[in-house]
Write a protein that binds this ligand. Structure first.
Ligand code: NAP
Length: 545
């Protein structure tokens, strides 16, 4: 495998379009690092990005209060020591604006922009068996032709807009948190309705409530939320982390979700501990805030009785914060805690103590329709100037399936995945040679620190490509058996936990008609070990030709 052309921007053209070694789809954290590494390998690479800037998730999700729940100094690239030493995060949990500045800084510092075509959506990617190359078409009407096609499309980038009748007739403005206007939105003096109570809603509700004339929250499923306890980072904390960055990164990779090595982790079962000890532990973790909340005992996500202890603890907190008893009870979730992604907030429950904030449950009666003035549920019309859809994403598979991707024999990805996603390692698929999915379904992806997970995948792909170069191979493709076994293994891992018991987006349960399959691989360290072991065994399960 030799590079077709080793220049930054210019490419040869043939009847099949501009010729590249690799097309990368997306210029978020995964796409940017992929471009950086492929260029370093001397390959001619182009990235197509739908947005007019880099940053992916952090480009689109500009809703009020958007910030990352993984600590800023851990949610960052480690590939460049100079980068991690020079960049200064200001808060424990970085805001969307700061993460986007970081993404822009990375793009500039490593001169990535000349490789990225902005405002360019990939519409299709077809494998041509005669040339053994991918033919890609874009929304800009361009054709690209490449040996490798790498999907860096993100796991939470395809928005989930519920199809509620009447939306087109709404006289006010409506927004989805995942496609927030770049110029921001002023809700002053506006009556606002928000649908959803997931992470995006929980972050935005307190801030929208502060600005709007009134805010009504439509809740289908109550959510467990833990205080984030965001705070400014001190100069000494930053210096200490930077002095030991390599160690922190290494320690994080041994953690189940590739972050939080600094959490104090407990051992044993919550059921084996005294009720007093469990309460004390949860109380201390509630005060600390963040993802460490459920790290005190190892069976919170394995055993329903253990889980009930943590769930009741949070419900009691809600009852203690929200003064109106009926509202507090509506806000108390009744499902397994942690089964849906845990949320982290600043003043979420307190916000319901405001006179201008109202909670409406749509658990038993869905939102019936949108009217020109607002929306109707439970036979009541609620009147609004603006509506916010905090209704989440067609996670993990949505962005891939919205493209027309076809492998060998013209097999459509939509057909291959009709009963749920099938991959080998979440990286590649049988029938789709030389196509890679960064943090694809079947890998830890959304259950891990995404920046760590994307770097691990990019590094794995680059090592495989180097091996192909060394062995003079053209194609890499997962074998059917290996893929079948992997899908079964990923499902089995989840079946030993409480994760499949609720209607989460991990299972695709939030999107009507989506097959119910637990998509991510549980446990980052075990996954990495499997990847490395497969490489050591001569890329077992992959065919090279
Ligand atoms: P989400 O967690 O899927 O929440 C969507 C909300 O909308 C849910 O409350 C859902 O109710 C509701 N909903 C959807 N369709 C509805 C309908 N037709 N009628 C009424 N309610 C409806 O989406 P998200 O809040 O955007 O978060 C998605 C993921 O993105 C998070 O889990 C997290 O991984 C990531 N995220 C991270 C951060 C962060 O790091 N701080 C922030 C935001 C997002 P049901 O629960 O009943 O389905």
């Amino acid at each position: 495998m030799a590079s077709e052309k080793n220049t930054k921007t210019s490419t040869a053209n043939n009847s099949k379009g501009a010729v590249f070694d690799a097309v990368v789809v997306g210029a978020g954290f995964a796409g940017m690092y992929m471009v950086y590494r492929l260029r370093e390998m001397g390959l001619n690479v182009v990235a197509c990005e739908e947005g007019d800037g880099v940053g992916g998730t952090w480009f689109w999700n500009r809703y009020p209060g958007a910030r990352c729940d993984v600590e800023s100094m851990e949610y960052s690239y480690e590939f460049s020591e100079a980068l991690q030493q020079e960049w200064n995060w200001t808060e424990r949990f970085a805001s969307q604006a700061e993460i986007l500045s970081y993404a822009n800084h990375v793009a500039d510092r490593f001169d990535l922009r000349p490789h990225i075509r902005f405002s360019t959506r990939v519409e299709s990617a077809h494998f041509n068996e005669r040339s053994n190359r991918w033919q890609v078409t874009t929304s800009a009407g361009n054709k690209l032709n490449a040996r490798f096609c790498i999907m860096a499309t993100g796991c939470l980038s395809s928005t989930n807009m519920p199809s509620i009748p009447g939306l087109d007739d709404f006289a006010g403005n409506f927004y989805h948190t995942g496609r927030w206007p770049q110029e921001g939105v002023d809700f002053s003096n506006r009556r606002v309705g928000i649908i959803g109570t997931g992470s995006s809603a929980i972050q935005s509700i307190p801030l929208v409530a502060e600005q709007a004339k009134s805010l009504t929250v439509f809740q289908r499923t109550a959510t467990y939320s833990i205080p984030a306890r965001n705070e400014a980072l001190s100069a000494s904390e930053i210096a200490e982390t930077k002095a030991n960055y390599a160690q922190l990164r290494a320690d994080n990779k041994k953690q189940p979700a590739a972050f939080g090595a600094r959490f104090k982790r407990g051992g044993g079962s919550a059921l084996a501990a005294s009720p007093k000890a469990v309460q004390k532990d949860l109380e201390a973790r509630w005060e600390l805030g963040g993802f460490g909340f459920m790290a005190g005992f190892n069976d919170f996500l394995l055993n329903e009785d253990a889980n009930a202890l943590a769930a009741e603890f949070v419900r009691n907190k809600i009852r203690g914060i929200v003064s109106d008893k009926a509202t507090a009870e509506l806000l108390c979730p009744d499902q397994i805690i942690g089964c849906k992604r845990l949320c982290f907030d600043t003043n979420y429950y307190d916000t319901y103590n405001r006179d201008d904030v109202h909670l409406v449950s749509v658990k038993n009666k869905p939102i019936e329709r949108v009217t020109p003035n607002g929306l109707v549920t439970n036979d009541v019309e609620y009147v609004f100037d603006d509506l916010i859809f905090a209704t989440g994403f067609d996670a993990m598979t949505g962005s891939l399936l919205r493209m027309d991707i076809r492998g060998r024999d013209g097999e459509r990805l939509q057909d291959k995945w009709h009963a749920g996603p099938r991959t080998y390692l979440g990286l590649n698929m049988h029938g789709f040679p030389n196509l890679f999915t960064i943090t694809g379904p079947g890998s830890p992806s959304v259950l891990a620190n995404m920046v760590v997970a994307t770097q691990q995948h990019v590094n794995w792909i680059c090592a495989a490509l180097k091996q192909m170069q060394a062995d003079d191979k053209t194609l890499i493709e997962a074998e059917a058996d290996a893929e079948d076994q992997w899908v079964e293994y990923v499902n089995t891992l989840a079946s030993h936990t409480l994760y499949p018991t609720c209607n989460s987006w991990y299972l695709g349960a939030n999107v009507p008609g989506k097959p119910r399959v637990f998509m991510p691989h549980l446990g980052f360290p075990a996954y990495v070990e499997r990847c490395e072991e497969i490489v050591s065994a001569g890329y077992r399960g992959f065919a090279f030709s």
